[in-house]
Design a protein around this ligand. Sequence first.
Ligand code: OXD
Length: 317
Amino acid sequence: MRKIVAVHSLESRDITLIEEAAPGWTFIDGSDRLAAQEHLQDAEIILGWNKLVGELAVSDTSKLKWLQNWGAGVDRLPLERFRQLGISLTCASGVHPYPISETIFAMLLGFTRHLHTAIRNQSAGNWAHSGMMAEAHGRTIGILGVGAIGSETARLAKAFNMTVLGVRRSGRPEQWVDTMYDIAGLNEMLSNCDYVVNCLPYTHETEHLMGEEQFAAMKTTAFYINIGRGKTTDTGALIEALQSGGIAGAGLDVFEQEPLPPDHPLWRMDNVIMTPHNAGNTTFYTERVIEIFIQNLKKFVQGYAPDVSAVDLNSEY
Ligand code: OXD
């Protein structure tokens, strides 16, 4: 019996789609830990990731051939083991461009039009103007990591007539990005931006890519938005830049430590807007993951590699 185990709970219409795409295979609902435990070792395909999958399905004796991750980031998965065991890995990249770019613009516009201050004043019942407000129109945005989310952000930025700069490993140009830099050009790009948006995955190359030197390169009036991964940013250097006026503010969805501890200084900073790593949250999430999974599943059952949103185990994203 060839098994597909999903460790997320699915609607019956999604299960039907899976069963239709893989005739002869057995679908197991592994959203319940006990049910999953019994089947993970001999599942060839797994949809989703959790600690139990790591313990039971990624081992020398398990049968796993392909894992479809529920999220876009794969930094919590043991990628070296996947490589050693020859397990294919696909992710949910493609699910997030709309919700995350909307969160990016919510933060960007919130800072520009002082909504963070207005909301604090509203809670305090305080009718107060908060000084002159800037405009996003015609300003410069720099995007670190121009993948699916970064490109959508660049496209939206053009509606505000912004100059769009980007940094990507290859330095390859991209539609909607006026100037693309490679990593060596990072500090130069940062010095030109009114808004810096970090969309980077966490890999051994991106760890603390944004540190003291990078915040020092930014304009004192610029805002930093991180919706990529917390560990790409040196939090100490970020806090120092925020407290010393080195940068104007930060919109943060991701943190080096999650959940953020209650005594963390970021909670109490007026020039910070935070969301609890939920920028990718959308009512369309499951539907979009299932769409990617079904396309891959149809290929896999015919003997082809699942290649939609495939993870390059060497690049780690
Ligand atoms: C993801 C995320 O990895 O939302 O999917 O952070």
